[in-house]
Design a protein around this ligand. Structure first.
Ligand code: NAD
Length: 353
């Protein structure tokens, strides 16, 4: 990948609408990118359930190689279709990209934009404003494990939790570096080291060592069960959270609800300086697909993260402000109590930019 930030060439983004509402929200996200950053070159990739059902293709090697070598970002809608019960295409494309592109940071902002959307009594946008750094390539997601005597009364199943010094150190470092760069003063690491002694012990040692390099930042630790409680009781305690793959998966869904719902949650799968993948947190929502009522706001906020990755953080701030404006004006889709369509909400946000 050429260094776009050095201005060597126009940034290139691979667009994968995917399945269900992914197609509907990505269409609006593309309109947004084209409006705010017309120089960004977009190329569509026909990948997803439809393609898989047609010719059994998930993520072809030549497409993967092109993303890795020629693109700066991938903009993905969602993957998942009831006609593919094995979900093999989603696993290959999403987990395949995360592992093969070594996208070790799953960065998920938990930011309440409209105080009325928070389910917590008396908490506002100043209280719910944290960034989660979820490790994205290790832990229980590597597929290391197996079964023995499967299907018998003596069946044994095992899943290995993998933590490496390199893997833990780079995500912890990313969290502290982001905190410093954004003027944050608190980083909380969360694990379950009271029960998981070996991987937890590694997280503890690495966190302590990296924290020592950031004396201006207050480093704290919570067991993940306590973190879940505290995110609900006192979310204002948290500015930056760093945790492992599985715990990050769970606590960011909790975070999505604190910020107003799954239709508002965005995420980046990032390897700094390399092609990275950006996607709304929600899935393909087969229950509302094709009805034109999916909330495009998560995709807009995701586009903001993507543009920030391309070196344009000011555009991300503008997008957040426009989404906040539409939320406060109740220009929202049905799942947030509104009556507007995907297109009308998109128009409401775009009109503010
Ligand atoms: N990253 C991904 O691609 C991803 C993530 C989660 C689920 N999935 C897949 O999506 C499919 C459906 O999964 P699910 O139902 O568990 O999760 P989902 O996120 O698709 O839907 C959960 C609920 O939230 C609603 N919802 C989600 N996004 C919305 C939006 N933008 N606007 C309005 N309402 C929205 C849906 O209507 C549904 O009621 C499955 O195949 C699953 O594997 C994919």
């Amino acid at each position: 990948m050429v260094d776009v930030q050095a201005g060597a060439r126009a940034p290139r983004v691979a667009v994968v609408p995917g399945d269900g509402i992914g197609q509907e929200v990505i269409a609006e996200g593309v309109r947004l990118i084209q409006a705010l950053a017309p120089d960004v070159e977009l190329e569509w990739f026909d990948l997803g359930a439809e393609r898989y059902l047609r010719d059994k293709v998930t993520l072809p090697d030549d497409v993967f190689a092109r993303w890795r070598d020629e693109f700066d970002a991938v903009f993905l809608g969602a993957l998942g279709d009831p006609r593919v019960p094995s979900n093999v295409h989603a696993k290959d494309i999403l987990l395949g990209s995360r592992f093969r592109l070594d996208l070790f940071i799953n960065q998920r902002p938990i930011q309440l934009l409209d105080p009325r959307r928070c389910p917590l009594k008396g908490k506002g946008p100043d209280d719910v404003n944290m960034m989660v750094f979820r490790e994205n390539t290790e832990d229980l997601y590597t597929g290391v494990g197996g079964t023995f005597k499967e299907g018998t009364a003596d069946e044994v199943a095992q899943e290995l939790c993998i933590a490496t010094r390199k893997g833990v150190e780079r995500i912890v470092r990313a969290a502290f570096a982001w905190a410093r760069a954004h003027g944050k003063t608190r980083v909380c690491m969360s694990d379950k080291s009271n029960a998981m002694r070996f991987t937890g012990g590694l997280w503890q040692r690495v966190f302590k060592a990296v924290a020592a390099e950031y004396p201006e930042i207050q480093a704290s630790h919570l067991y993940v069960d306590v973190l879940a409680m505290e995110m609900v009781r006192a979310p204002e305690r948290f500015e930056v959270i760093v945790t492992s793959n599985l715990f990050g998966d769970i606590i960011t869904d909790l975070g999505a609800i604190l910020q107003g719902g799954i239709g508002l949650a965005c995420s980046g799968n990032i390897h700094p300086g390399r092609v990275s993948l950006f996607e709304p947190v929600h899935g393909s929502a087969p229950d509302i697909a094709g009805k034109g009522i999916a909330n495009p706001m998560a995709t807009f906020l995701t586009a903001g993260q993507l543009l920030s990755h391309l070196g344009r953080p000011a555009l991300e701030a503008q997008i957040q402000a426009a989404v906040r404006g539409a939320l406060l004006a109740d220009e929202v889709t049905p799942e947030l109590g509104g009556t507007l369509s995907t297109r009308a909400v998109a128009d409401a946000v775009l009109g503010r930019l």
